[in-house]
Design a protein around this ligand. Structure first.
Ligand code: DGL
Length: 265
């Protein structure tokens, strides 16, 4: 494939596919390379140093594959590693993500926002700085979700175990008057239907995949890296765990089967 204009997208696992689908929907003609670091998922319980080292290796690999831009489709990796990557690759178009506290603060009517995210994201200095900027006029309740990423990696999008985990986190948020719930981890859009089923219609869910796709489009356009056209460009998938594991959840999470390469880095 002509990968000179490919965008490399990566996550600790398959969660970043929720961002990849937004990118592909907005930029169907852009070749994409997706890497799931599933041998090391979840990042949410790892140290920032470990995550930075993984991100460096993955970025090197994706650039060697011809990527002209990178998307950290992972809130936890962005919090730990985006500054490091920006200084390692000055000038490289690089898009990260953070929980959508700003839009949630504008949207809430009760003044109570819930943030579902990993322990790593919620503990990070980057998240503390974000709260400092926008969190003063609203009550932001942080809810770490240990164990949820593993359920989603296994394709359990609506199993009793997944539902029970969510119920235990969501009920106290509702009792506190939360009307706006941020999906602060790229795995969570995959359990959005389950959450919608559990929440009253008055609660809005916010995620950032579409905003990341818009930001990427802007950066690619600035550099002249946009591949136009509405025909589907090739998308390659890589995983650091057994490729079969990712291949088996692609029909559910991506919509169809695809070949998955092994990333040994
Ligand atoms: N999908 C990731 C995020 O957006 C990380 C999940 C994990 O590996 O803990 O935070």
């Amino acid at each position: 494939m002509s990968e000179s204009r490919a965008v490399g997208v990566f996550d600790s696992g398959v969660g970043g596919l929720s961002v990849l689908r937004e990118i592909h929907a907005r930029l169907p003609g852009q070749p994409l390379i997706y890497l799931a670091d599933s041998a090391h998922v979840p990042y949410g319980e790892k140290t920032p140093e470990f995550i930075r080292e993984r991100c460096r290796r993955i970025a090197d690999f994706l650039l060697a594959q011809g990527a002209c831009a990178l998307v950290l489709a992972c809130n936890t990796a962005t919090a730990a590693a985006i500054s490091d990557l920006r200084s390692l690759y000055p000038g490289l178009p690089l898009v990260g993500m953070e929980p959508a506290v700003k839009p949630a603060a504008q949207a809430t009517r009760t003044g109570v926002i819930g943030v579902l995210a990993t322990t790593g994201t919620l503990r990070s200095a980057k998240f503390a700085a974000l709260l400092d900027q926008v969190g003063h006029d609203v009550n932001v309740i942080m809810q770490p979700c240990p164990g949820l990423v593993e359920r989603i990696e296994a394709g359990e999008l609506a199993s009793p175990a997944t539902r029970a985990l969510l119920a235990a986190w969501v009920e106290p948020l509702l009792a506190a008057g939360c009307d706006t719930l941020i999906l602060g981890c790229t795995h969570y859009p995959f359990i959005r239907p389950l959450l919608e089923d559990m929440l009253p219609a008055s609660v809005s869910l916010i995620d950032t995949g579409a905003a990341v796709a818009r930001r990427l489009e802007g950066l690619l356009a600035e550099r002249g890296f946009l591949s136009g056209g509405s025909d589907d460009a090739p998308i390659r998938f890589w995983s650091s765990a057994a490729p079969q594991r990712m291949a088996s959840v692609l029909p559910l999470l991506w919509g169809h089967e695809a070949e998955v390469g092994f990333f040994a880095g």
